[in-house]
Write a protein that binds this ligand. Structure first.
Ligand code: FES
Length: 346
């Protein structure tokens, strides 16, 4: 009989069956023949497997200690090199720590725990007291199978690895208690009255006359690299500069003076979760965030027209100086980046 026929009959049986009447059972094919593992037959191999599990847990312990040392000894500095080194050390510490625990658990299960196949009858969904008692019994059996009570060193290694790993999460959090949870550093950027707008990354000041209608400039504050932490500052201060036909610009009364001859400047940090918004559609005047497709209308205050972002991109009020260079009138009108910063500071 083909599989198809079998399935067809089975489905007929299900539809015609009286409620509560169980269908005929298939014959139990039984378990495939059990093959003992090396460790089941040879006590030395069993001991070796145990040592391997201990080694993996110990590796996790060392990696967690390494993470903690790196956290204090290699704080990220202002330059990209030290940030990379710090991130690499922390990332490796965490990864090896978790990997050690994971591999140890898998190896323990595969090499040391009882691997005899067992069948379980399928019952109705609800469990009766007898079943619950059976479950407790099975748990006890599992604990006995894992031999945790008899393998003291392994038990110690596992407890050490599991107990130590949370420190990799707790220490950085505790270390920040009393720190700047108010995220005030995100409220302000390098932009201030008179700062020239310069091209990113060449740091060339931009004249209003250089910006033709439809053109787009990626902008940073002039001489940004002289700041104490140029990378941090750049991450907050990046701007997208666009020139539109002034007739298509919709500006509120309050913001009419924030643009210059149709040139508008908006933060490039998406107000959803902070990706750089950089795809500009000249025809629609839409700015698109590549991460989750939030779309902002540059001609209408960079309001959100699509996607998960909840507020417009903050605007940088601009004007020109005596030499015709574009300059900021002030910092952004509100904190840049994801909206939760704004909520936290309220
Ligand atoms: S970060 Fe821009 S849409 Fe999500």
């Amino acid at each position: 009989m083909s599989n198809h026929d079998t399935g067809h009959e089975a489905s007929n049986e299900i539809t015609t069956r009286e409620p509560g009447v169980l269908p005929d059972r298939f014959e139990d094919p039984g378990h495939p023949e059990h093959h003992d593992r090396m460790g089941d037959l040879d006590p030395k191999a069993n001991k070796r497997a145990e040592r391997q599990v201990v080694f993996l847990f110990a590796t996790s312990v060392l990696a967690t200690i390494g993470f903690l040392i790196a956290y204090f000894a290699l704080p990220p500095g202002p330059d990209a090199g030290s940030m990379r080194t710090s991130n690499l050390a922390l990332g490796l510490g965490l990864a090896i720590s978790l990997l050690g625990i994971g591999l140890a658990a898998v190896h323990w299960a595969k090499a040391l725990m009882n691997d005899h196949e067992k069948s379980e009858e399928r019952h109705l969904q609800q469990s009766d007291p007898e079943t619950r008692a059976g479950a407790v019994e099975a748990l006890k059996e599992g604990a006995a199978d894992s031999a945790i009570g008899r393998r003291g060193v392994l038990q110690g290694a596992m407890i050490s690895a599991l107990a130590l790993f949370p420190l990799a999460i707790i220490v950085p959090i505790v270390g920040n208690v009393g720190g700047d949870w108010n995220v005030s550093k995100f409220r302000h950027t390098l932009w201030k009255k008179g700062t020239r707008l310069a091209t990113d990354p060449t740091n060339r000041p931009i004249k209003a006359s250089d910006v033709t209608i439809g053109s787009v400039f990626h902008v940073i504050p002039y001489d940004l690299e002289k700041a104490a932490h140029p990378l941090d500052e750049k991450a907050k201060a990046v701007v997208l500069l666009v020139r539109l036909d002034p007739s298509v610009l919709k500006e509120s009364e309050e913001k009419k003076s924030w643009s210059y001859n149709g040139i508008v400047a908006y933060s490039k940090i998406c107000t959803h979760v902070g990706c750089p918004v950089a795809l500009y559609e000249q025809q629609t005047h839409h700015l698109l965030c590549p991460c989750h497709q939030s779309t902002f209308d540059v001609s209408d205050g960079a309001k959100v027209v699509f996607g998960p972002a909840k507020r417009p991109l903050p605007q940088l009020p601009i004007t020109v100086d005596d030499e015709g260079y574009l300059i900021a009138q002030s910092d952004f009108n509100e904190p840049v980046g994801p909206s939760y910063w704004e909520r936290l500071t309220k």
